[in-house]
Ligand binder design. Structure first.
Ligand code: 5GP
Length: 191
């Protein structure tokens, strides 16, 4: 998606060799007009897939998922990061290691909101090692819902997550795929 790549070139900053900061338009301050174009693009790529639920993980996936859901006319569920060790009640649960914080979270979704008969599109902001996406795929599998696929705004293709998720046969659509990046040279895209 050219508009997104231009924006990353213009406003993204690279930290170290594996963190891209896009907090001026994607995951702190949010450019809602850009989100609308992102949502429209996901809708185009998953048109005809029968999506009736969008699933994301808190916090930075939520804004993108909500705008995207307006194009699919469906609700958004965000998986909650839980501090509680003993999770009581009717929830699906999985563990996710956070790329940016290095912590492991229990992540939960209420069984009320996801189940057999649902067709799920997973949405997230970044794909790095794939832990967040694999956690969301696991929650979908536990619920008995069908997975339509996963849409990610930025894939760091030099990290293993994308290959891992594709190897599972998941339809994965990433709007900007980064081949390499460094503080000196900036970002280079796959295509
Ligand atoms: P993964 O689970 O694939 O290793 O990492 C995905 C999650 O980590 C995303 O939900 C995102 O919040 C965060 N993340 C991973 N890489 C980056 C990055 O380069 N920049 C920012 N801002 N967040 C990232």
């Amino acid at each position: 998606m050219e508009l997104l790549k231009q924006r990353i070139r213009q406003d993204g900053t690279v930290k170290g060799d594996d963190v891209l900061k896009v907090d001026s338009f994607l995951n702190h301050q949010m450019d809602v007009a850009l989100f609308a174009e992102i949502g429209r693009e996901f809708q185009r790529r998953f048109a005809g897939c029968g999506v009736n639920k969008i699933l994301t993980i808190e916090a930075s996936g939520i804004g993108i998922a909500c705008i995207t859901a307006q194009f699919f006319h469906c609700p958004v569920i965000f998986a909650k990061k839980s501090q509680t060790k003993n999770i009581a009640g009717d929830v699906y649960t999985t563990r996710v290691e956070s790329f940016t914080h290095g912590k492991v979270y229990d992540v939960i979704v209420s069984q009320k909101f996801l189940g057999p008969g649902d067709k799920v599109l997973i949405i997230d902001d970044f794909l790095a090692n794939g832990a967040a996406l694999e956690g969301l795929i696991d929650l979908t599998r536990q619920s008995g819902a069908e997975l339509a696929g996963a849409g990610v705004v930025i894939e760091k293709a030099f990290q293993p997550g994308g290959d891992r998720v594709r190897a599972r046969g998941v339809k994965l659509e990433c709007l900007a795929r980064i081949k390499s990046m460094s503080e000196e040279t900036g970002v280079e895209f796959v295509d």
